[in-house]
Design a protein around this ligand. Structure first.
Ligand SMILES: *[C@@H]1O[C@H](CO)[C@@H](O)[C@H](O)[C@H]1NC(C)=O
Ligand SMILES: *[C@@H]1O[C@H](CO)[C@@H](O)[C@H](O)[C@H]1NC(C)=O
Ligand SMILES: *[C@@H]1O[C@H](CO)[C@@H](O)[C@H](O)[C@H]1NC(C)=O
Ligand SMILES: *[C@@H]1O[C@H](CO)[C@@H](O)[C@H](O)[C@H]1NC(C)=O
Ligand SMILES: *[C@@H]1O[C@H](CO)[C@@H](O)[C@H](O)[C@H]1NC(C)=O
Ligand SMILES: *[C@@H]1O[C@H](CO)[C@@H](O)[C@H](O)[C@H]1NC(C)=O
Ligand SMILES: *[C@@H]1O[C@H](CO)[C@@H](O)[C@H](O)[C@H]1NC(C)=O
Ligand SMILES: *[C@@H]1O[C@H](CO)[C@@H](O)[C@H](O)[C@H]1NC(C)=O
Ligand SMILES: [Cu+2]
Length: 545
């Protein structure tokens, strides 16, 4: 045995690192199909190659990932690899009307990228709220060597699922009638695209004594999810693709877009099964997350073992205290950037002069420009440094190369909002409440945690930083997708001259623009220079400006 193993070992040592980098090439027809994931409602969904849910994508760091996307829907689409920095590949970031023209019906676009990050990510449509109809899937990237050892890796993709299509919900929320807007629409929890009363489909199987890595991914459109397993401790080891020092917690809350890996050590015997919870919640009171729509699944050690507490989904023995991401310490110790530019952002929901409800940063409600901002950055010469050319409504903020940016985000709204930045991670510096109560103020240590999606509770603020070291056009938006559609977004135009000298737009992108009738050069209005005459700038809030 030993004799035969040595040549193999040598082979692995010599060729392993070279042989490892692969080209993961996927052909995805983006298609309608039907599904009934919770056993309560069959509906049209968006899947891949005629199947739903879309396949999980696995890559290794160092691989090249190509997704050839063919749009077989009757509306445009796009694909965003959430959490990947797309350093040098801004035009494959997938933000429709920002970094590309969306893929028109019957059109195609090949997203090509080098995998330079490891951890838990996801891929989703970035065209309107389309991913809510099912076009989303986990993306798992493995490093050459994991920091922690565990026996098995399990993905738990958690989701608030609607029985109605996203376009209908969008129209309801943006209705001019208050009665229509306020009509309740309840979501249902799905775990790995299965849910409802089908406890067999949503069960998590544990073997006694083993250690599991559970990758929790929240791919909802609204709401927050809290997760916990009766009688088990969760040891946090990763958030949003950043490995962290171990932090034991009893429960975890995730907003849309966020990912958390926890290690869970199974009980030594299979004497009992345990309930787990993946409850949808919307309110956070006295630091405790309360379930609004409880969901209970089973951690199964044995098909015949009794289920330990609770007897129904709204009972629980778990401590649901709010998890503070600012307390985490990343494995890779990077001191935070300083502050060259300080950007205060206030978040409000209000009724605007179009009689609709919009959300906004600093009361400037976002809408995508006619010409994608990346095209504008590449085709307006020195004027790419003027915010005006990107259009008032895309809320452009120009950043200098390597500038250190601090965002002070004050959530003055009644809801929590999860803010996602493209192309970067935030360093989370400070959290607190708007009433400035010092008891609620939390300050990061010397190596603050970094993540790409930060939840800010109502009447609270967060101070985050990042360094403008990724030339490109990057959206920052609320990841409750309907809030994004209602205007809670802005655009960072980072180092426009460097984008300008380094990027050449793929032919496919330009072709898709032409099919959609979108100009392939010029400012947000499709004109030369800073001629923005008759630019639509509203709507504006009825009160407050
Ligand atoms: C994608 O659609 C095309 C055209 O309908 C078809 O020829 C091809 O086989 C499909 N590919 C897959 C992987 O389903
Ligand atoms: C897309 O292609 C199909 C089949 O070739 C055709 O029937 C349909 O009209 C095309 N749709 C558009 C929007 O071009
Ligand atoms: C990806 O990596 C390959 C091989 O190292 C390199 O040639 C290519 O330029 C990289 N592409 C991008 C967009 O960084
Ligand atoms: C789940 O509930 C639905 C509707 O309430 C019912 O039709 C179905 O039989 C139930 N399925 C199971 C596995 O209990
Ligand atoms: C996902 O996040 C949303 C909003 O941020 C929340 O409402 C929902 O409950 C979360 N779902 C899970 C399963 O954590
Ligand atoms: C479940 O437990 C909650 C909290 O103890 C209780 O209020 C509720 O009535 C119970 N529901 C059922 C169906 O037993
Ligand atoms: C992008 O790449 C440049 C050059 O390699 C590097 O200096 C920078 O830190 C990278 N930025 C990000 C966000 O990865
Ligand atoms: C935004 O509008 C709200 C009312 O809708 C107002 O209370 C607030 O002061 C305004 N904020 C800014 C920064 O103008
Ligand atoms: Cu929001």
């Amino acid at each position: 045995m030993v004799v035969y193993n040595i040549p193999l070992l040598l082979f692995a040592l010599v060729f392993g690192p070279l042989a490892r980098a692969a080209h993961v090439e996927l052909s995805w027809n983006i298609t309608y199909t039907t599904a009934n994931p919770d056993g309560m409602n069959e509906r049209r969904v968006i899947g891949i190659n005629g199947k739903w849910p879309p396949p999980v994508v696995y890559v290794n760091m160092g691989d090249m990932l190509t997704i050839h996307a063919y749009n077989q829907l009757d509306e445009p689409t796009s694909l965003h690899t959430h959490g990947f920095f797309q350093n040098g590949t801004n035009y494959y970031d997938g933000a429709a009307s920002v970094t590309e023209c969306a893929i028109p019906p019957n059109g195609t676009y090949s997203y090509r990228m080098n995998v330079t990050q490891s951890g838990t990510f996801w891929i989703h449509s970035h065209y309107m709220a389309q991913y809510v109809d099912g076009l989303r899937t986990p993306l798992i990237s493995s490093p050459p060597k994991e920091h922690y050892s565990y026996d098995e890796d399990k993905i738990l993709m958690l989701e608030a699922w609607y029985h109605r299509e996203s376009a209908e919900i969008h129209d309801q929320l943006l209705s001019t009638s208050e009665a229509t807007r306020n009509k309740p629409f309840r979501p249902y929890t799905l775990v790995n695209s299965r849910g409802g009363n089908d406890t067999d489909a949503t069960k998590i199987v544990f073997a006694p004594g083993k250690t599991y890595r559970l990758r929790l991914i929240n791919v909802s459109a609204t709401g927050m999810i809290r997760f916990g397993i009766e009688g088990h401790v969760l040891q946090v080891i990763e958030i949003d693709g950043v490995d962290t020092e171990i932090k034991p917690v009893h429960s975890m809350q995730l907003s849309v877009g966020q990912r958390v890996s926890v290690l869970v050590t199974a009980k030594p015997t299979a004497a009992n099964n345990y309930a787990y919870h993946a409850d949808i919640f919307t309110d956070i009171q006295s630091g405790v997350a309360r379930a609004e729509l409880p969901f209970q699944g089973i951690v199964e050690y044995s098909p015949t073992a009794p289920l330990i507490n609770p007897t129904n989904a709204s009972q629980s023995t778990i401590d649901w205290s709010f998890f503070q991401d600012i307390d985490l310490v990343p494995i890779e110790k990077i001191p935070p950037p300083g502050v060259h530019k300080w950007i205060p952002l206030e978040v409000h929901t209000s009724i605007y002069d179009d009689r609709r409800e919009h959300l906004a940063f600093n009361n400037r409600t976002f809408a995508t420009p006619l010409v994608p901002s990346l095209i504008t950055a590449l085709t307006t010469g020195y004027q790419a440094y003027y915010p005006d050319v990107y259009g008032f409504k895309s809320y452009p903020i120009i950043l200098d190369p390597l500038e250190d940016v601090e965002l002070a985000i004050f959530n003055k709204d009644v809801n929590s909002h999860p803010f996602h930045i493209h192309g970067h991670n935030f360093f989370i510096m400070v959290r607190g409440t708007i009433d400035k109560n010092p008891k609620n103020r939390l300050v990061a240590g010397p190596y603050p945690v970094r993540r790409d999606t930060i939840t800010i509770p109502p009447q609270s603020y967060a101070i985050v930083r990042f360094r403008a070291d990724n030339p490109g056009v990057w959206l920052m938006h609320c990841h409750m997708q309907f809030h994004n559609d209602q205007g809670l977004a802005l655009t960072f135009v980072e180092a426009p001259f460097r984008i300008n000298s380094n990027l050449v737009l793929p032919d496919q992108l330009l072709k898709n623009c032409r099919t959609l009738g979108v100009p392939t050069a010029g400012n947000a209005m499709g004109r030369q220079g800073i001629d923005m005459s008759n630019e639509p700038r509203g709507p504006f809030p009825l009160s407050g400006l």
